[in-house]
Design a protein around this ligand. Structure first.
Ligand SMILES: [Zn+2]
Length: 114
C-alpha cells in the first residue's frame, strides 16, 4: 500500500479530515438522513428503517455516535452531511486514509449481507 492511494485532487486531505469529523457525534445529522454509508465495510442503509441502531454515548453536550449496523465500526456518514457519501472515489479516499488501506472496501470485499 502506498501513499499515492490517499492522494486525490478532487478530495484534498483537509476535506477528508472534515469528513472524518462527520463520523463522530453525528446523531443529529444521521437522524435527518435518508441514507447512510459505512466507510469501513461499505454498507448503505436508511437510518429511519434500519434497526436496531447502536449508538455510542459521547461526553455531554456532544450527540451520540452511530455504529455501523453490520460491522460495528463507528465510521458512518449520513446523506444530510455535506459529503458525497455514495461517490466511489470519495469512499475510496476516505477508507484508505482512515484505515490505512485495511478495510473491507480496500480489500475489495463485497458488502456483507445483513
Ligand atoms: Zn460497516
Amino acid at each position: 500500500m502506498t501513499n499515492t492511494l490517499c492522494v486525490s485532487e478532487k478530495y484534498p486531505p483537509e476535506y477528508i479530515k472534515k469528513a472524518h469529523a462527520a463520523t463522530f457525534a453525528n446523531e443529529r445529522e444521521i437522524l435527518v438522513s435518508d441514507s447512510c454509508k459505512c466507510f469501513y465495510c461499505g454498507y448503505s442503509f436508511n437510518p429511519k428503517t434500519e434497526e436496531p441502531l447502536h449508538w455510542i454515548e459521547e461526553i455531554y453536550p456532544r450527540k451520540r455516535t452511530l455504529q455501523c449496523p453490520l460491522c460495528g465500526i463507528d465510521c458512518v456518514i449520513g446523506s444530510a452531511s455535506p459529503f458525497p457519501i455514495h461517490e466511489p472515489e470519495f469512499i475510496r479516499i476516505c477508507t484508505e486514509t482512515w484505515f490505512g488501506g485495511i478495510s473491507r472496501i480496500s480489500d475489495g470485499l463485497p458488502v456483507p449481507a445483513p
